[in-house]
Design a binder for this molecule. Structure first.
Ligand code: NAD
Length: 490
C-alpha cells in the first residue's frame, strides 16, 4: 500500500479519533493504492476548535497585511517547488491526463495564491461624502471558513478556495472530496513546510455525510464555500440554516455552445471539443450541449465525428493521452446510465457510449457523441459530468436563445459567431454567470466566477471573493461637527 493520508489539525498530521479509514482507488485500475483517515464529527470538531483558537488569537487575522500577503505568496512558491510531485498524485488519484494536469491545473493552483496575495493589498474601502458626515466602508475577516470541494481537478479547486479564505484573514477547515484525497494531503504538507501559525489551515478527510455535514452544522463555522453537485448544495443550505451560515455555492452545469454559420468553423470545432472532452469531460463549465445552426449542421457534424473518433483514450500517465479514466466505478455507472436514458428517449448514440475496446480494467469511457437530441430530453437537461456531447439543431437566433436558456442550470455559455453585435446580444440574453465568445473557458482571475439559477449562489474571483464572501463589510459613520441629536425624556 503506497499512500496513507491523515488529517492536518493544528499543524499536526493526525489519525481519526475512532481510527477509521477508507480506501483510495486508482481510476486507471480500480486497485486500492492507499488509505485515508476517515473524519467524523469529533475530528471536525477538533479542526474547527483549532481554527477558532487561531482566529481569536489574532495571530493571523490581525497580522499586518504586507506580511500576510508574503506568507500567502510563499505557499504559491511551495506549490511550484513541489509541482512535479503534486502532478503525479493528481494523475494517479483522478485519472486526468498528464498533459492537462501539468499544462494548466497545477500552475493555476500556484497562481491562485499569487493572485490573492496581491489582491489583498489592493483591497480598498469606499468613502461617501455626506453633509457634516464622514462615511466609510471597511472589511474584516469573518472567522472560520469551512471549504468543501469536489474531485474534479481537486488541487486547483481546493487552492481556489483556500487562497482567498486565508488571504482575507480567516482560518480554514478544508474537507476535500473522498475520491481524491492525495493532492490535498500534499497541500497539508506544503502548509506544514510554510510553517504558518498552528490552526490557521486545517484539513479533515472523509465522506460528505460523516465529515462534510458536521462541518456545515458546526456553530463555530461562519462561512461555507462549497463546490459540487446542485443537490448536495441544496442539502448543505438546509443543514446550515439553523446556524445561519453564509454560503458560496459553485454547483453543476449544462452549458450550451451556440455555433452560427458565420464563425470560423475550424476554431469552433477546436474550442467546443476541448471544452467537453478535456479533463475527461468532468468539468463544471463543459459545453455539454452543442446548439448548431441548421445551415452548417451536416458539415459540422461530419467534422465533429472525425474529431471525436480521433481522441486518444489512454493511461493518464501517458503524455499523449487525451482522455483518461473517469474518477470512480460509481461515476462510470452514472455516466453509462445516461447513455441508456438517451437511447430510450430516442436519441442516437453516434459514437462511443460505453467502455472503449481494449480497456478491460479501470473506469475508461469512450468519447461520446449523441445526435437526434431534443432539448427537453434528460440527456439535454441533466448534468452527465463525463465525455458526452449532445447535439441539437437550431434555425434562428431567437430559437438558439430559447434552447440555451431552457434548462435549470446557468453556469456558462459559449457563443461562436463573427457578428459582434449578435455576440453581444446573445451574451446579454443568456441566463448564466459567465459567457465566452469565440473561445473555450479561459479564466482571468480578476473576473467573477459563478453560476445563475441551479448552478450556484454568489460569485468568487477577483474582488468578489473578498467583498462578497470572505470578508464582512462594515459601514462606519462619524459626524465631523455637532449634528442635531433628537432629545427624549427631557
Ligand atoms: P458532490 O456534491 O458529490 O461532492 C462535493 C463535496 O461535497 C465532496 O467533498 C463531498 O464529500 C461533499 N459532500 C457530499 N455530501 C455532503 C453533505 N451532505 N454535507 C457536506 N458535504 C457533503 O460533487 P462531486 O461529485 O464531488 O463533484 C462534481 C460536481 O461538482 C458536479 O456537479 C460539478 O458540476 C460540480 N462542480 C462545480 C463547479 C463550479 O465552480 N460551479 C466546479 C467544479 C465542479
Amino acid at each position: 500500500m503506497k499512500y496513507y493520508t491523515r488529517h492536518f489539525i493544528n499543524n499536526q498530521f493526525l489519525e481519526s479519533h475512532d481510527g477509521g479509514q477508507f480506501d483510495i482507488l486508482a481510476p486507471a485500475t480500480n486497485e486500492t493504492i492507499g488509505h485515508a483517515a476517515s473524519g467524523k464529527p469529533a475530528d471536525i470538531d477538533a479542526a474547527v476548535r483549532a481554527a477558532r483558537m487561531a482566529f481569536d488569537s489574532g495571530v493571523w487575522s490581525k497580522m499586518p497585511v504586507e506580511l500576510r500577503s508574503r506568507k500567502i505568496r510563499h505557499i504559491g512558491d511551495l506549490i511550484i517547488k513541489h509541482a512535479d510531485e503534486i502532478a503525479e498524485l493528481e494523475i494517479i488519484d483522478t485519472g486526468i491526463p498528464r498533459k492537462q494536469i501539468t499544462g494548466s491545473a497545477i500552475p493555476r493552483a500556484a497562481e491562485n495564491f499569487y493572485f490573492f496575495a496581491e489582491q489583498l493589498k489592493l483591497l480598498e474601502g469606499k468613502s461617501f461624502k455626506g453633509d457634516g458626515w464622514h462615511n466609510y466602508v471597511t472589511y474584516r475577516p469573518v472567522g472560520v471558513a469551512g471549504l468543501i470541494t469536489p474531485w474534479n481537478t481537486p488541487f486547483m479547486l481546493e487552492t481556489w478556495k483556500v487562497a482567498p479564505a486565508l488571504a482575507s484573514g480567516n482560518c480554514v477547515v478544508l474537507k476535500p472530496a473522498e475520491w481524491s484525497p492525495l493532492s490535498a494531503d500534499k497541500l497539508a504538507q506544503i502548509f506544514q513546510e510554510a510553517d504558518l501559525p498552528a490552526g490557521v489551515f486545517n484539513l479533515v478527510h472523509g465522506f460528505g455525510e460523516s465529515a462534510g455535514a458536521p462541518l456545515v452544522a458546526h456553530p463555530d463555522v461562519q462561512l461555507i464555500s462549497f463546490t459540487g453537485e446542485t443537490t448536495t448544495g441544496m442539502e448543505i443550505i438546509r443543514n446550515g440554516a439553523s446556524t445561519l451560515k453564509r454560503f458560496s455555492m459553485e454547483l453543476g452545469g449544462k452549458s450550451p455552445a451556440i455555433i452560427f454559420p458565420d464563425t470560423d468553423i475550424d476554431r469552433a470545432l477546436d474550442g467546443i471539443t476541448w471544452q467537453i472532452f478535456s479533463l475527461n469531460g468532468e468539468r463544471c463549465t463543459a459545453n455539454s450541449r452543442l446548439l448548431l445552426h441548421r445551415n452548417i449542421f451536416d458539415r459540422f457534424v461530419e467534422k465533429l465525428k472525425e474529431r471525436v473518433a480521433g481522441i486518444k483514450v489512454g493511461n493518464p500517465d501517458d503524455i499523449s493521452t487525451e482522455i483518461g479514466p473517469l474518477i470512480h466505478p460509481e461515476h462510470w455507472q452514472r455516466v453509462r446510465r445516461y447513455i441508456d436514458i438517451a437511447r430510450n428517449e430516442g436519441a442516437e448514440i453516434a459514437l462511443g457510449g460505453d467502455r472503449p475496446p481494449g480497456f478491460e480494467k479501470g473506469n475508461y469511457f469512450a468519447p461520446t457523441l449523441i445526435l437526434n437530441v431534443k432539448n427537453e430530453m434528460r440527456i439535454a437537461q441533466e448534468e452527465v459530468f463525463g465525455p458526452v456531447l449532445a447535439v441539437i439543431p437550431f434555425e434562428s437566433e431567437e430559437e438558439a436563445i430559447r434552447l440555451a436558456n431552457d434548462v435549470k442550470y446557468g453556469l456558462a455559455g459559449y457563443i461562436w459567431t463573427n457578428d459582434s453585435a449578435r455576440a453581444h446580444r446573445l451574451a446579454e440574453a443568456l441566463e448564466c454567470g459567465m459567457v465566452w465568445i469565440n473561445s473555450h473557458n479561459v479564466r482571468d482571475l480578476r473576473l467573477p466566477f459563478g453560476g445563475s439559477k441551479y448552478s450556484g449562489i454568489g460569485r468568487e474571483g477577483g474582488r468578489w471573493s473578498f467583498e462578497e464572501f470572505y470578508f464582512d463589510t462594515k459601514s462606519i459613520q462619524i459626524p465631523t461637527g455637532e449634528h442635531h441629536i433628537p432629545k427624549i425624556g427631557v
